[in-house]
Design a protein around this ligand. Structure first.
Ligand SMILES: *Cc1c(COP(=O)(O)O)cnc(C)c1O
Length: 426
């Protein structure tokens, strides 16, 4: 028995499913999850000493790779001064200054401990500001596991075919309307009927949790129009913030949300989320306003230091063109390898995040994503793992490239994919 298999047996006795977050259990692809011992740059190592080129990268946060020296230095420095005070620290202010200077629509920000906490709090703020109850989300978008948003959700919920969850009262789900992603007419029609009762529309501007899917022009126009009904537009940039551009997906797409949710990259590998927006909205939060939200470890100095170090490097180096180039090389190589081996795939990519769909059609919404061949994906996943390539263990996730990924990593990945495509049994 391998070290990973032994650990999984132990884990299953005391952790539910052996894990602390469902997709890690490999349920969708079968087999035993790999237990990681350490990582460096673009590579991770399991407890049995196997080495992998990593495309999970902690599900997005590690845009600079594992164990980046400058981030470690900041973490050590801050940790040695005391790890938490429950009182304000300078590093929180520096971090807030950097985030607000990066994203034009964000004038003020509140730090929390996860992306889920950010979206949950953003919904409360939107309801508090507008005095309305209804909210809108899109099919296959994932905004964390908070009750109101775990309705037809993506990510693990989609992977396991559990897009909702017992334990969420119908009365609450009834306030969430789910519309198809990339369907401008559906959104326009809904807003005409219910716009005046709607607190907010929350959206992943670029969807990342049903696989990567980009928004179409008319859908973005419909999103911009939400405000004419007095509803707020909440952009969930937990993945895309500092991933697709330093200024966020919203700036690239020319859309100005009322509230922006951040997470993943801004924590530099530590648990950090944030939500922010213009002053007139954010000042409705306690202690200035009466919408309440708090956190014992919010703005934790060590986590802030890791995030700040990350954002400072991204600001200085602006690696986005380089990441896009690496992404394009990988995309082209995978497409070529699939063509040579007669495997049908579709790749959706935005800069350094991409999804290989085992699908013959163009994927622009959840319905198309779900028509992918999950069996082929699972075979491919295990063939790649065997060859030292660690992919997200689900068809409905993005592969994340970091600045630590080298041309050699990409070349090896394409070679492994070619061999894995050849092995697929239809
Ligand atoms: C990961 C993610 C979340 C949830 O963040 P957690 O830190 O896992 O709670 C929310 N929205 C999007 C778009 C995400 O990708």
């Amino acid at each position: 028995m391998s070290g990973s298999a032994r650990l999984f047996e132990r884990a299953k006795k005391v952790l539910v499913g052996g894990v602390n977050s469902p997709v890690r259990a490999f349920g969708a692809v079968g087999g035993t999850p790999v237990f990681i011992s350490h990582g460096k740059g673009s590579h991770i190592f399991d407890v049995d000493g196997n080495e992998y080129i990593d495309y999970v990268m902690s599900w997005g946060p590690l845009i600079l790779g594992h164990a980046h020296e400058e981030i470690l230095k900041a973490v050590r420095e801050y940790a040695s001064k005391g790890t938490s005070f429950g009182a304000p620290c300078e590093v929180e202010v520096e971090m807030a200054e950097l985030v607000t200077s990066a994203i034009p629509s964000v004038e003020m920000v509140r730090f929390v401990n996860s992306g889920t906490e950010a979206t949950m709090s953003a919904i409360r703020l939107a309801r508090g500001v507008t005095g309305r109850k209804r909210i809108v989300k899109f099919d296959g978008c994932y905004h964390g596991h908070t009750d109101s948003l775990l309705v037809k959700a993506g990510s693990g919920a989609l992977t396991f075919g559990l897009p909702g969850s017992p334990g969420i009262p119908d009365e609450l789900s009834a306030l969430t309307t789910v519309l198809p992603y990339n369907d401008a007419n559906a959104l326009d029609d809904y807003m005409k009927k219910h716009g005046e009762e709607t607190a907010c529309v929350i959206v992943e501007l670029i969807a990342g949790n049903m696989g990567v899917i980009t928004p179409e022009h008319d859908f973005l126009e419909a999103l911009k129009n939400v405000r004419s009904h007095g509803a707020l537009l909440v952009a969930d940039e937990v993945i895309t913030g500092f991933r697709v551009a330093f200024e966020g997906a919203q700036t690239v797409l020319g859309i100005e949300p009322d509230i922006t949710c951040l997470g993943k990259i801004i924590g530099g590998g530590f648990p950090v989320g944030a939500y922010g927006g213009p002053k007139d909205i954010m000042t409705k939060l306690a202690p200035l306003g009466d919408v309440y939200q708090a956190g014992t470890l919010s703005g934790n100095p060590v986590a802030m230091a890791a995030g700040l170090a990350t954002l400072r490097i991204l600001k200085k180096e602006r690696p986005y063109d380089r990441l896009d180039k690496i992404g394009k090389t990988l995309e082209n190589g995978l497409l070529e390898a699939a063509k040579e081996t007669d495997v049908s795939i579709t790749i959706n990519r935005v800069g350094s995040v991409l999804t290989v769909f085992f699908n013959t059609q163009k994927v622009k919404n959840l319905e198309a994503a779900k028509s992918s061949n999950i069996n082929l994906f699972s075979q491919f996943f295990h063939s790649m793992l065997k060859r030292g390539i660690y992919l997200p263990p689900s068809q409905f996730e993005g592969w994340f490239i970091s600045t630590a990924h080298t041309e050699d990593d990409i070349r090896k990945t394409i070679e492994a994919a070619r061999a894995s495509f050849k092995e697929l049994k239809v």
